[in-house]
Design a protein around this ligand. Sequence first.
Ligand SMILES: [Zn+2]
Ligand SMILES: [Zn+2]
Length: 369
Amino acid sequence: MTARMAERDYYKVLGVPRDADRKAIKDAYHRLAMQWHPDRNSSPEAEGRFKEIAKAYAVLSDPKKRASYDAHGFEGVAHFSPDELYRGVDLGSLFGDLGFGFGPGGQSIFDRFFGGPRAPGRGADLQVRLDVPLERIATGGKETVHVSRPVACGKCHGHGTRSGQPPPVCEACGGTGHKVVTRQADGKDHREIHFQQILRCTKCDGAGTIIDKSCTKCGGTGQVEKVETLKVKIPAGIEDGMVLRVAGHGLPGAAGEAPGDLHVAVFTSPDARFQRRDADLWRGITIDVADAVLGTQVQVPTLSGEVEVKVPAGTQPNEVLRLRGQGLPRLGTADRGDLKLRVQVHVPTEPSADERNLYERLQGLRRRT
Ligand SMILES: [Zn+2]
Ligand SMILES: [Zn+2]
């Protein structure tokens, strides 16, 4: 009996006929992926549907895997590891088209939804992204991560059936999902040749079992998404794209196996006040022409509150004022980066009559010197 009892036929998943060409398969996938992507679709079954669609596409878009599936059903592709199934499949560019992904340094969509390659003897690793505000990066400390993972459906005990009992074995194939038929043909000298052909069981569509009525909670997949809330420790000064590993919080392994790990990819949350560049923070300030000439004081925010900053006389446009040690800690050191203020000088475009008068006097003075 196959372990993938409740899996739906890949052609049905994509809603294409069995003789669909590659373009029709790709178009169907693209349309359904847009519809069911969990970033766009908030219904609880979205992630399950999305994975189902991606898997169907991974098989049917590859001529070899498709042929194997056509001939032997789910068993024809059961020996592929997730890695073999998805790597090399053109999922990436489609996700690019859809505008999803984590950007440079981030985890790919593939890793997010399908986990890393499965290490032997344990469950697959799971990846999530965590955006951390600057204040937390400055001090270090705990942040909350929400991880959604498939678990066996409690209502049907993972069987996918409405009764909650294991689905009955298909009588037509005895649970194998295929039928072996012996055919005859005429060989040389009119001797009969017998050969065997393996056909997918049409009664159960290769599943080996028949679910008459599927579970109302999981829709027959036997799995539901469960959101787990975890605290992870953020080291002060963690850099963009660094990955924290939380052992044992990945996907469950097969019976008797250890679960995989959770990988948390950390990114700096966008901040309206500062831009992060490594351990330094940057901010623009704008001062008046007269202030640039004569010097002034300005109030600027820092991660530890507002401070007064002296702008010296004669400050030039684009000059950078440095507040030493007001940046972020450098990971693993006692060092801190700086807060850097890039000075813009505001040149009035509509000076008042009085201002204009003064500027004209200034102009006259500077010509004489
Ligand atoms: Zn059958
Ligand atoms: Zn269920």
